[in-house]
Design a protein around this ligand. Sequence first.
Ligand code: ADP
Ligand code: MG
Length: 404
Amino acid sequence: MSTSVTWLGAWTPEQGSERVRRLFEARFGDGPADGTWSAPGRVNLIGEHTDYNGGLCLPIALPHRTYVALRRRDDDLVRLVSAQEPAGPREVRLADVAPGAVDGWAGYVVGVAWAMRAAGLPVGGFDVAVDSCVPYGAGLSSSAALEASAAVALDSVFGLGLAGSGDDEGRARLAAMCVRAENEIAGAPTGGMDQAASLRARAGHALLLDCLDGSVRHVPFDLAAHDLALLVVDTRAEHALVDGQYAARRASCEAAAARLGVATLREITVDPRGLEWALDKLDDEVQVRRVRHVVTEIDRVTWFVALLDAGEVDSVGPLMNASHASLRDDYEVSCRELDLVVSTALAAGALGARMTGGGFGGSAIALVRADAVDEVAKAVADAFADADLRAPAFLVATAQAPAA
Ligand code: ADP
Ligand code: MG
């Protein structure tokens, strides 16, 4: 079959900065920006729907980044433009920013300034232009890339001193403010993985994030050295009712934790005295499956990291497959398109494959031999064409640097 394969390339830092600088000057013609900054999207290797349960996850920062050009103002007005938002520029007064008061994409940016001010930091108005090569709404965290790029830009122009390249404590504070922006101003009840990945990851490493205490460990992750590659497939699937589903999963975990008398599901260990005890104690069959996913998924992160530490990255495939099965059957956040990527990639020789991100569409990942990337991508594109599905898009993920 002659299906073509669409690759989503990343811009070089020079290309990204140049684009956003030009957009800034076209929109705010009265002089240049104070500078340009950028922040990456992320892909999670394993540990899905664990962040809001105090669990573990293991994202890497993508080569695909969101760029901002930003200039400080002397009043409290924020003027925003994004190349990705054709509906046009926005204007918001910081004094008017509050939960429920800002609709649409501007909330992700002004929400960061709002959270900074709520933390007592001296942040005022600004003009900002945004452009991005992070796939939009694809489960690769364009939202956190937008928040994190705004955060490091505001840190710089208002002299907050939190975004130094070696300052993980400062960056953790910025990540927490980005989470507040997303939860309280943009109104998306996501956990903290995306913002941590964008602000605290390290090039050449996966970020082991412990969502219970916010601590991180940088785990060397260099697939090329093992002749492997991570293929990411954006299914481009659009499913209705997604927002409510995420909140429902979260509520179900919280209800189960309350029933079990624990603060978070992280306290339930995978051994029989933990997991079996917990599953016996729950009388709600749905909660049983949700808890089983979360507890076993956290355990899989631990095993995945142990294999990376042992230099055995070519053995992580079965953990990825088990993660997918658990998300599909117990957590019920997969969909036809994600399942099709996984089954097709495995049939085409991938070592392991799983959905990544929140689910219901978005993206899947496949661990493949470096020389088989094109072949696996082609097999997936063909399978989508055969099934009459919208053509997916592909990228190859390597672990890149955080926001700066
Ligand atoms: P994901 O984070 O997986 O890409 P989300 O639904 O969490 O998907 O975030 C996508 C939303 O984030 C967009 O609908 C938009 O509101 C905002 N956003 C992300 N990137 C940009 C951008 N470059 N310009 C304007 N808004 C953006
Ligand atoms: Mg997001």
